[in-house]
Design a protein around this ligand. Structure first.
Ligand code: F6P
Length: 324
């Protein structure tokens, strides 16, 4: 391996820069050249490459977002686009690629790798934590901290005005942000996409139950893709069904994707970026580098994107019990 490319794709996440820095510096240590591909797969198709030396990644460890910029590429979904990308890769004499992103990124990587027999290693970069084969994706920890910081502030108003706040967090298809943020901020309940039952009905019964302790403030966390609807519609149902409560709805939105990565985020992103270069050099391909039980692990792309990890029902039960 003489030259590798690195790109970030899909939604940006805090810690992506730390991973890019680790890739560039590890490669430089081994005398491998690095090309930064701008704007994800679109940069491959449009030949948007920048030579990266060890100095190019100075002072980015602590920065949110991604210096490489990111996109969800429509062009890469077409064979024509992927052919163009392969031509550009060959012309630039790139021997392997490291892609940092989520399920869409790995789906594209898998197709490309099989079509053109080209080595690619993935790093899990998404705040959603919805990839199989890693306990934590790059960005998840920081996003959780952003959410609980925001909800702690919301809690002040909830407490001062005796209000119930319905807070929407990100997670179109996965409830991992809702789950851990819900525990971290003492939520009365969480609603999430993978749920098999209608948890809103149960929440209405609980909120109206005579035996329920009169609480000054209540927080309900709703993942944006929750089975029961988004925060606005959940708020409307609660307003109608729980007349005793003064209810407000807050959508946290993209503040969850930004900000300086937490320390653990920087540590894990550095470890994974370091390992990604080593694994490409050792001849590995088609795998996502993750961390399980604090150790580096490898998961084939096809398995990593399955999103089969279930929300831990014991943690859900715990949320109900701890909020009585
Ligand atoms: O995949 C990360 C994510 O933040 C999801 O949780 C969310 O549904 C989506 O991206 C939002 O994407 P966009 O920034 O394109 O609106």
């Amino acid at each position: 391996m003489k030259k590798i490319g690195v790109l970030t794709s899909g939604g940006d996440s805090p810690g992506m820069n730390a991973a890019v820095r680790a890739v560039v510096r590890t490669a430089a240590y081994h005398g491998v050249q690095v090309v930064g591909v701008q704007r994800g797969y679109d940069g491959l198709i449009e030949n948007d490459f920048v030579e990266f030396g060890r100095g190019s990644v100075a002072n980015i460890l602590q920065r949110g977002g991604t210096i490489l910029k990111s996109m969800r590429s429509d062009g890469f979904r077409t064979l024509e686009g992927r052919k163009k990308a392969f031509e550009n890769i060959k012309n630039a004499e790139i021997d392997g690629l490291i892609v940092i992103g989520g399920d869409g990124t790995f789906t594209g990587a898998n197709i490309f790798m099989n079509e053109f027999d080209f080595p690619i290693i993935g790093l899990p970069g998404t705040i959603d934590n919805d990839l199989v084969g890693t306990d934590f994706t790059i960005g998840y920890d920081t996003a959780l901290n952003t959410v609980i910081d925001a909800v702690d502030k919301i809690r002040d108003t909830a407490e001062s005005h005796n209000r119930l706040f319905v807070v929407e967090v990100m997670g179109k298809d996965a409830g991992f942000i809702a789950l851990r943020a819900g525990i971290g901020c003492g939520a009365a309940a969480i609603l999430y996409p993978e749920s098999e039952e209608d948890r809103l009905k149960d929440l209405v019964v609980r909120m109206n139950s005579q035996g329920r302790r009169k609480k000054l403030s209540n927080i309900v966390i709703v993942a944006e893709g929750a089975k029961e609807g988004d925060a606005q519609s959940v708020g409307n149902v609660l307003k109608k069904e729980c007349p005793g409560y003064d209810i407000r709805v807050v959508v946290l939105g993209h503040i969850q994707r930004g900000g300086s990565p937490s320390c653990m985020e920087r540590v894990r992103a550095s470890q994974m970026g370091f390992e990604a270069v080593n694994s490409l050099r050792e001849g590995r391909r088609g795998e996502m580098v993750g961390m399980v039980n604090d150790k580096i692990s490898y998961t084939p792309f096809a398995k990593a994107i399955k999103n089969q990890e279930k929300i831990d029902v014991n943690l859900l039960k715990m949320i109900d019990i701890l909020s009585i």
